[in-house]
Each structure stands twice: as C-alpha cells, then as structure tokens.
Design a protein around this ligand. Sequence first.
Ligand code: NAD
Length: 250
Amino acid sequence: MEDNAVKRAAEIIAGGKLVIALTGAGISVESGIPAFRGAQGLWEKYDPMEVAHIESFRRNPQKVWQMLSELYQIVLNAKPNPAHVALARLEQMGKLTAIITQNVDALHQKAGSKRVIEFHGSGESLTCLKCGKDYSIDDVDLKQIPPTCSCGGILKPDIVFFGEPIPPYALEESFALAQKADVVIVAGTSAQVYPAAQIPYTAKQRGARIVEVNLEPTPLTGSVTDVFCQGKAGQILPAIVEEVERLIQT
Ligand code: NAD
C-alpha cells in the first residue's frame, strides 16, 4: 500500500462537501464472497455471464437456483469486513453521503451504513414469478430447488440479472447524486458493468474528483481517476478513513 496515495485520497475526502462511494464485488472478497472477475470459488464452476442472465433463469430456473443456493450459503454466512466498517464510519463522521453498491449481499447495511442504494437489487427478498407475492429470504426453504410460492410459482431473488433493467428509483437517485457529488470513492469494482460504471464518468464531467481503490487498474484508472490506491480494500479504506478522521480533527 502506498502511503502517499492514501494521504492524498484522505485530503480529497476530508475537503469534499458531498462525498459518495460506488462499490463492487471486490469490497466483499475479504468477507469470503468471490467476485466475478478473478474467477475464484463458485465462479470456477459456473460462468457468471451465463447463470446470472435473466434468459438462463427463464430457460432453466433449476440450474440457476443450484448456483443461487450455493451463493446464498456463502452470502448468508458472510460478515462485513474492515472495508465495509470503514465506509460506515465515514458516514457516521458526516463525510460520506451515500453508498451506491452493485453488491446484493447487504454487507454495507450489516456494517452500519444507513444510506445504501442497491443498484443491482437485493438478495434479501424474493418475488413469485407467477402471482407477484414477496418473500423475505428468512421465510424461504433454500433446500428446495427451485424454491416455490404457495401458489406453485417459482421464486426469483430481487437481484438484477444481466438483461434486466436497473430499478428506476436506484437509477434516478444514483445519477442525481453523481451530478452533485464533488468526490466519488470507487472501491472493488472492475467498472465494466454498465450503467453502474457510468457513475464516476458522470461525476467527473461535473468536476468531481475520483478516488479509486482496487487490487489492479481498471478502465477508470487511466482516464477519470485522480488518486489510485492499489491494494486490498480491507486494508486501504480503514487507512484512508483513519487519516480523514485525523485531518478533520486538526
Ligand atoms: P467484478 O467481479 O467485475 O470485479 C471485482 C473487482 O474487484 C476487480 O476489479 C478486482 O480487481 C477487485 N478486487 C478483488 N478483490 C479486491 C479486494 N480485496 N480489494 C479491492 N479490490 C478487489 O465486480 P463488479 O465490478 O462489482 O461487477 C460484477 C457484478 O457482479 C456486479 O454487478 C455485482 O452485482 C455482481 N456480484 C456481486 C457480488 C456480491 O454481492 N458480493 C459478488 C459477485 C458478483
């Protein structure tokens, strides 16, 4: 971890008036949930581009639910890591207005973050494809594959599959924030899935500064990123937030 980049990132955040964060699967890797890129664990067995596509769900819900039940097993046992905790702390300090997350694991909320926009929906709730009835994940028997509604219809998690639209409220709120933000922290996203990846570009066009945290460079790094902090989000974000705290206290 480069100390200099952490210091520069903290100075930008401490001086920001409206700071937002855009997070992706990489921020939850240290909680044991594998990201799509990097093909670890679950994604060595299933091709995410196939099983996370809505057409696959419609064609073969049994197969997609096989993957989903394994994913739920991991996600429901996962705990927030220091990266999630650091962003929750930044919000408590009054230095982070909102998190826009592409993740469906609810770990930001479990870490204590209050304003979290779930850009790709949530795995915590499910809807019956036949009658539209809503279910909480706590009320669903995940041993039954695929899980069904009392009407016999198949349940689908309220997560946005490839080929599905972004929930309109999440899209509107996220881009409204991107237009007002003067700092965007982008952490653990490959910035390849659109329209989420558009958020930092939109903010930059309005003059925002971009702080990026990732193990490796992304398409943002050489274009809109002002400070690139290379390394694990679970180490870098706590270091940045600690430095922000020091700066705003002095
Ligand atoms: P991605 O899988 O495309 O990319 C992950 C990024 O995180 C990569 O750039 C990688 O270098 C980086 N990374 C990996 N480990 C890291 C760490 N410890 N610290 C910092 N960076 C790290 O993820 P994406 O951009 O979010 O896009 C994939 C889509 O998959 C998203 O839409 C998301 O909804 C979904 N997804 C969600 C989860 C989850 O909810 N936890 C898990 C897998 C996939």
